[in-house]
Design a protein. Sequence first.
Length: 411
Amino acid sequence: MKGTRGRILTSISGFLLCWLAAVGFSTSALAAGYVPPAQASVPDQLELALDHLRNLEYDAAQKGVEGWLRQHPDDLRGLNYLGNVMLQREMFRRELLENQVYGPRGAAFRDEKPPLPAGFQQELFGILGKAEALADGRLKQNSRDEEALYWGGVAHVTRAIFRLTLTRERLAALREAKEARKLHAQLLALNPGFVDARLVVGTYDYVVGSLPWYMKVLASLVGYRGDRARGLEEIKRVTEQGRWAREDAKSFLAILYFREKRYAEALVILQGLAQSYPRNFLLPQEMARVYKAQGDWRAAAAAYSAILARYEANVPGYGRIPLAKILYQAGQTRAQLGEREEALRLYERAAKRAENDLYVYRAELAAAGLCWQLNRRADARRKYERVANAVPSTDEGKAARRSLKQLEESR
């Protein structure tokens, strides 16, 4: 039985990477918590900070949360928000907020563990530890303290995301996720109307319920049960009836709809989120990803053109886009449409970027391929040589050397 449990833990923890793609828009999805009804109609400093967080404005978000905590140092909501701001900023820096990194062979599945900033884990866990200790203390005094149950669970989810995405400790992440589900399930048993708590419970149900049938059988033997359809319905219910987690539950649902190939429904949600959070440039990127999955390359090309137009027009938030990557992806869509000259223009613009970005060389490699197709062999050779010399140990550098050899052999 012990070996079976280990296999189940490994399988579920690996699958968790798929649903953690949902944090691509905002890890605050798991921190959009409960506020007593008497306070619900009054926008507070934390709500404003949360808007900054959803728009990827981490400095402003952190400033707002820290200002709140100076006045309310033991506020569970504020402590969890601060932890989420810290975590999401680091994930953003590592480009772990884009859902494509959680797909097959995505970066999130790689074993390498880039070093964390000095003191980052200690500071993050210190904040989460304080929140958990406060929640535990309140639960010892009153085991029916709904707010303490909710925020105690949120602290575990934040640790799960950290361990899964940054330190790649999958089994430890699963244990944290299980504890979060346990606390939120306990909360729902006390108060089924606390709809926001259904986000974690529903997501867990979806994950376990999506395992292959033979893994489900084994999972049931060691106490893991889920229901994929029920999980989707629970998350959808949060998007419709939740008060504080409603907007962020939409992010989860959009990702799961994408996974279910329910592309039209995913697009409707993403379009609404993009209107609500116009400075979050990841949202139109996700829309382009859905268009590509549908095979609608014209719509995908238009989406990337719109992103670039906003960058050129200095639209707030768009000055931070990863320009080389967007240009490369835009070039791919044009190439798919057979618009080789436009694709080449986009690739070459990306390749001229000065930053140390692998997409610069991916774009140069793609441009070299197009030059070869267009019988511009000298240009192709020069571009291949640049990639081969600049990043020799990367997949791009190796591909460039292979192409140079083929180019010479085809003379």
